[in-house]
Ligand binder design. Sequence first.
Ligand SMILES: Cc1cc2nc3c(=O)[nH]c(=O)nc-3n(C[C@H](O)[C@H](O)[C@H](O)COP(=O)(O)OP(=O)(O)OC[C@H]3O[C@@H](n4cnc5c(N)ncnc54)[C@H](O)[C@@H]3O)c2cc1C
Length: 418
Amino acid sequence: MRAVVVGAGAAGLLCAGMLAHSGVEVRVIERNEKAGKKLYITGKGRCNLTNDCDVRTWLDATVCGAKFLYSAAYSFPPSATKEFFSDLGLRLKTERGGRVFPASDKSSDVIKALTGYCGSGGVDFLFGRRVDGLVAKDGKAVGVRCGDDIYRADAVVVATGGVTYPSTGSTGDGYAFANSVGVNVVAPKPTLVPLKARGIDGLAGLALKNVVFSIIIEGKERASAFGEMNFTKSGVGGPIVLQCSSFTAGSRGTSGEYPPGTQGAIDFKPALDEATLDARLVRELAACPTAAIDAVAARLLPRTIVKRVLASSGVDARSRAADVSKEQRKKLVAVLKHWTFPLTGAEGAEQAVVTSGGVDVSELDPRTMRCKKVEGLYFVGETIDVDSLTGGFNLQNAWATAAAAARAIVKSASNVRP
Ligand SMILES: Cc1cc2nc3c(=O)[nH]c(=O)nc-3n(C[C@H](O)[C@H](O)[C@H](O)COP(=O)(O)OP(=O)(O)OC[C@H]3O[C@@H](n4cnc5c(N)ncnc54)[C@H](O)[C@@H]3O)c2cc1C
């Protein structure tokens, strides 16, 4: 039994190692000169490799494809990932929100563990070769093509990733492979991505904590999250913005644009309802009646954004606290709870963490990742139309789908160890 795995990223490495350790002859073809170029930059170089949670929590954090993942998820849950890496000698630690990292804080140790595992199983790596296409005959995948060379195999695993951070080698080649054999691909869109906005000039670099960010499309709130965000030169970013970007990927056009009229909204004081916030403002104004309103507002907001918020509420920044009318105060409270600005779209693939879209899950057997239309062809990892929130869930998707394919290939082979 021979298998070719295209791509030495997270999914490709785990799948290849598992196959090799079960006696399958495995060749991994990777276009880069080394394995795991994207893995290296994950978790800001620390690699948040899974989440220490149960399957339900993982699937709840899965924006697209949770139902499809169900079987693979229960067969290779986060606990299996932890056990797998621990067995390879990688010490792990768990941080806030269940995020699991190597104890060394080095993503390179995750890559070393995986390549060592592949090496001890006898995986044959072919680096610096880009697979151009699949070779299929009579509805069966029989190999892959690199220029004039054909690499024959009984099973072909496509682990080419999505389209984000294309400099790492993930440029969506797997989608073209799928299309070439009549397999449907849901239009890929970069997601978990900073967003472009207008009306935020001068705010770049400002970070906000404990706020709620929401996205309003066609008058309806489509996504909302509590936590940290920041302003960039061209819009907004940070954990809660990225999260909201995922929930609204379907509303963005092919160039990442939102429908006209889309707005971002910030609740600067989510812990206080309007009445409580109003009472607080009354106290602050009464405490320093001769102070300018912008100085009072700076006790509630970062200084950089005070003028902007006051302008939105129609209150003159130079007004004395004592002169602020009840009506002006109410307007200010309303803006503090719901400050809006136009959102135009998402940044490109170069800045996105994952891809929304990919190989249509209805084309794959969810237990095995095998392509229903083409025998011997498997898709694993981010190539599939599955995406999750941050927290180690996307790598968990890669490990679980890779393990499912490896198990299925081993099972389908007659001449390998059980
Ligand atoms: C900046 C950043 C940080 C991230 N941090 C985290 C994190 O901390 N935790 C988390 O869970 N997820 C994180 N992710 C997401 C995670 O990295 C991906 O979901 C995961 O790497 C997908 O694994 P994969 O094996 O499917 O694809 P990839 O890791 O992208 O691997 C695909 C491989 O295929 C190769 N390839 C592509 N086309 C060809 C071809 N034609 N021929 C040969 N080789 C080819 C590529 O060179 C690449 O090596 C992060 C992503 C980014 C961009």
